[in-house]
Design a protein around this ligand. Structure first.
Ligand code: M6R
Length: 365
């Protein structure tokens, strides 16, 4: 059932090209027209939304952080992302002109379901991004945007995350096109790039041996930091969660610009920092963040796009991902982090598919 892989997690990491292709193909017709069949969202509805809330837990919440960046950029609507357990108790500003998006792999996470009910009672339009067909979140939503990841068994979520991102990009793009906040050229460019993602992701998987070697070097670490800017900061949170939940290493993620407001005090000789530097628009800023931490002795692994070799002068090790638009890099940059977490946990002899204290679906508060 593990298809020749030692763990479900590794199998599911490898299923990502297929999951992304399926999620994309379900929504494309005639080559590059996004069809939201089954989702009731007219141009008038979209123009009427003055706010979007994205609410989720854990990895799905991290997908929401990237989704926020995409919706704000493409559809120019303010988006707030919140963890479900906070949202449900804070009397949020929700009304009939709010679009509420719940993201959940299982569709059974209690806090997410309760947040959805809260938003619904206040009149919001409820759209959910869900993997399990017919789950509670799916049933209680006005509309469902399914991820086509297939069953995810490993407690650590991987393919659900990347397919959630794909849904968020398609949604943002659709909304932007209907609202007229993006033009046809940009739209076509993003669609063309999305189509290339499965192949590019496969390219990263083909080189997983490189990541395994890094894990062999660093698996005994007691703490690891993850930093990034813009969409990379969302990926930093996800990479950190993946590592801590399966390897039990104390890992911490922070927006790179926030480092010097406190956390940099923890950087000392040989502290391991994974720096995501995939954004062309923020590349120079990341280079200076890497300089700052190097000056305090950090050991830095950077993730950058192929061709952005300037980072090699600053970081100790660079992992390259294939070239792609800044907006879409999270679909690729998370993969080396998933693999790193996996191989580190394996070297540490951890129970990868069923980490201690965790359940696949959290149906209690
Ligand atoms: O089923 P859901 O997507 O609602 O689950 C949300 C979180 O419990 C889940 O993503 C959790 O954080 C994973 N263990 C992360 O790998």
């Amino acid at each position: 059932e593990k298809g020749g892989y030692e763990h479900f997690m590794l199998k599911e990491i490898h299923e990502q090209p297929k999951g992304l292709e399926d999620t994309l193909n379900k929504r494309l017709k005639d080559g590059n027209i996004i069809n939201l069949d089954g989702i009731n969202m007219t141009k008038k509805d979209i123009e009427g939304f003055n706010k979007v809330y994205i609410v989720a837990c854990g990895t799905a919440y991290h997908a929401g952080l990237v989704g926020k960046a995409a919706i704000e950029k493409m559809a120019r609507i303010p988006v707030e992302v919140d963890v479900a357990s906070e949202f449900r108790y804070r009397d949020p500003f929700v009304d009939e002109s709010t679009l509420f998006i719940a993201i959940s792999q299982s569709g059974e996470t209690l806090d997410t379901l309760a947040a959805l009910r809260e938003a619904k009672s206040k009149g919001a339009r409820i759209l959910s991004v869900v993997n399990v067909v017919g789950s509670s979140v799916a049933r209680e939503s006005d509309d469902v945007f399914y991820t086509w990841a297939g069953p995810e068994i490993s407690v650590a979520s991987t393919k659900a995350y990347t397919t959630q991102l794909m849904c968020m990009y398609l949604l943002a793009l659709y909304m932007g096109k209907e609202k007229g906040t993006i033009d046809g050229t940009y739209y076509a460019k993003v669609i063309e790039e999305l189509k290339t993602i499965p192949e590019k992701l496969q390219h990263i998987l083909d080189k997983e041996g490189d990541i395994e070697k890094l894990a062999d070097i660093f698996y005994k670490r007691e703490q690891v930091f993850f930093i990034g800017r813009g969409p990379d900061s969302g990926v930093a949170y996800e990479g950190s969660l993946k590592l801590k939940e399966i390897s039990y290493i104390n890992s911490f993620a922070i927006a790179a610009g926030e480092l010097k407001h406190g956390t940099i005090a923890l950087i000392e000789d040989d502290t391991l920092v994974i720096a995501l530097a995939t954004q062309d628009a923020l590349f120079e800023k990341m280079v200076s963040n890497v300089e700052e931490i190097k000056a305090r002795g950090a050991r830095v692994i950077a993730i950058a796009k192929e061709g952005n070799t300037e980072i090699e002068k600053k970081a100790d090790i660079v992992i390259y991902i294939p070239q792609c638009m800044d907006e879409l890099t999270p679909l690729l940059s998370v993969v080396p982090l998933q693999l790193f977490a996996y191989f580190v946990a394996k070297n540490r002899g951890c129970n990868i598919d069923k980490p201690k204290n965790l359940a696949k679906s959290v149906t209690v508060e």
